[in-house]
Design a binder for this molecule. Sequence first.
Ligand SMILES: *Cc1c(COP(=O)(O)O)cnc(C)c1O
Length: 401
Amino acid sequence: MSASSDWIARSEALFMPTYTRFPAVMVSGQGCRLTDVDGREYLDFLSGIAVCSLGHCHPAITAAIREQAGRLTHVSNLFHTMPQTELAELLISHCFADRVFLANSGAEANEAAIKLARKHSGPGRYEIISLAGSFHGRTLATVAATGQAKFHAGFEPLPEGFIHAPFGDARDIEALITPQTCGVLCEPVQGESGVRPLGRQYLEEIRALCDRHNLLLIFDEVQVGMGRTGTLFAYEQWGVVPDIITLAKALANGLPMGAMLAREKVAADFGPGTHASTFGGNPVASAAAVATMKIMLADGFLAEVSAKGKYLAGKLAEVASRHPDLASGVRGLGLIQALVLTEAAVPHGSAMVTALFKEGLLLNFAGNVALRCIPPLVVSRAEIDEMIAILDRVLTARPWQ
Ligand SMILES: *Cc1c(COP(=O)(O)O)cnc(C)c1O
């Protein structure tokens, strides 16, 4: 028995069977590479699902975590701490918002956004319209906001007040507005449902209808914020500014951290005692987030993300043109890119991911439609070339056939 099959057997006997995992026990990581317990190396184009954007064990983040862990790890939000204040300053000085609430995950950031939208909009206005295909988290409220029935099954009754509009036409959202509606929640680029950008026109129309009907526009940038698209926040790509934004995943490069931000006028309704989190803004996670943001904001970093994103998209388009029966095209923004599979190839999507895994490349099959590439933002062009070579080889060999 290899070390990994032993650990896998132990793990599978213990955990609730919520995850379908790759058969690997990861023990270390460096940059875009992971190593498992048997010493196998993997090229990571998943980044812990868009989390380790500066790569694994970035020395500056590791140093910040070590330093803060040796100084103060937790005091609760009954006190102020320096790392969380520094983080809030960095966030607020680079976006539209004036105030921040710190949480520990994407779902919690979205829960906070939903609660703030309801609190701000007053009694009787509590409905949130979100989009078909969206993903907003797994807590009861955020799963209710998630516009995919497969995530709801078996958990009914879900909390009230979440309405889903078909994807793609702002008039479908407008048609669902009632006197109870308080906001529209959407991802500027849908990540989990296969990397679907909403596009400038659609986003502008959603902004306009929120203004017309006095609704809060909430952008869930949990996956596409923090530099992923080539700007610090995805909304900067189009200049369509939300009223509330949520962040998590890459915010602390791997430590649990979420954030919900809004302008003063909206944030003012989250008064003392209205919302809280024991671990939210934890000093160690905050120190990691500060170090992460400083690197992302350094000269040239985000421009390189855009340039490498274009490079990756171009290479993926070549792959699509070499395998037209398997791939119909490429979509994405910056370093969230997806190879969209043809209808005929979709049934083999999971088998493709397994075959790529066996060749040492980590990708995933998102939304039952596309192979999603979300490499660390520090990925090199050479690593992109290496990834493309593996992908090409596997799509040529077609071991699933
Ligand atoms: C991952 C994700 C979430 C949920 O984040 P968790 O940290 O898993 O709770 C919410 N929204 C989007 C867009 C995501 O990609």
